[in-house]
Design a protein around this ligand. Structure first.
Ligand code: SME
Length: 161
C-alpha cells in the first residue's frame, strides 16, 4: 500500500480528482473493512483538496451516525428528515447546497460552514449505506466537477462493500 498521496499542489480541482482517483483505488481496492476505507478516503480528500470538513455518515438503526472524518468535531446523529445529509439519504441523490443558510433544515455543525455537497453511498443490495459529506467555509464552493469526482470516489468505495 502506498504510504503517501501524490498530487499537484495548486492544480484545479478537476485535475486533482483525476490524480487522486487511481491512488484511492489502489489504497482501498484490496481492503474490505469499511471503516478503514472511509478513514483513508477522508484523509486523502482533506490532504489533496483542503476541504474544511469531509467525512461519512453511516446508516445505523434508522438514522445517520457520524463515521470517519477529517476536520472539526461534528454532529453525531442526523435523522433521515434532517439537514442536507438526511435529504441526500432520503432522495438517494447527490445534493449541492451553494449557501447552507438558504437550505431549509440545514444542520449547522459549525457556523464556519457555508456550502456543502452530499453524495449517497449505496450498498451491494441497492440500499443506502450512508453518505459522503463535504463542507466548505466558502459560499458556492461546489460544482458538477465535485459531484463527478466525489461520485467516482464513492463508486470505488461501494465496490469494496
Ligand atoms: N450540515 C450537515 C450536517 C453534517 S455536518 O455539516 C458535518 C447537514 O445539514 O446535513
Amino acid at each position: 500500500m502506498a504510504e503517501s498521496i501524490a498530487f499537484t499542489m495548486g492544480a484545479d480541482r478537476g485535475a486533482i480528482y483525476d490524480e487522486i482517483i487511481p491512488q484511492i483505488e489502489a489504497l482501498i481496492g484490496g481492503e474490505k473493512d469499511a471503516v478503514a476505507n472511509m478513514a483513508n478516503i477522508a484523509a486523502v480528500l482533506r490532504e489533496a483538496l483542503g476541504f474544511f470538513w469531509v467525512g461519512f455518515y453511516v446508516e445505523r438503526s434508522g438514522e445517520l451516525v457520524l463515521g470517519p472524518f477529517q476536520g472539526p468535531v461534528a454532529c453525531t446523529r442526523i435523522k433521515f428528515d434532517q439537514g442536507v445529509c438526511g435529504h441526500a439519504y432520503t432522495t438517494r441523490e447527490t445534493v449541492i447546497v451553494p449557501d447552507v443558510d438558504q437550505f431549509p433544515g440545514h444542520i449547522a455543525c459549525s457556523s464556519a460552514s457555508k456550502s456543502e455537497i452530499v453524495i449517497p453511498v449505496f450498498d451491494a443490495g441497492g440500499g443506502v449505506f450512508g453518505v459522503l459529506d463535504v463542507d466548505s467555509d466558502r459560499l458556492n464552493d461546489f460544482s458538477q466537477t465535485d459531484a463527478e469526482g466525489l461520485g467516482k470516489i464513492v463508486r470505488l468505495f461501494e465496490a469494496t462493500l
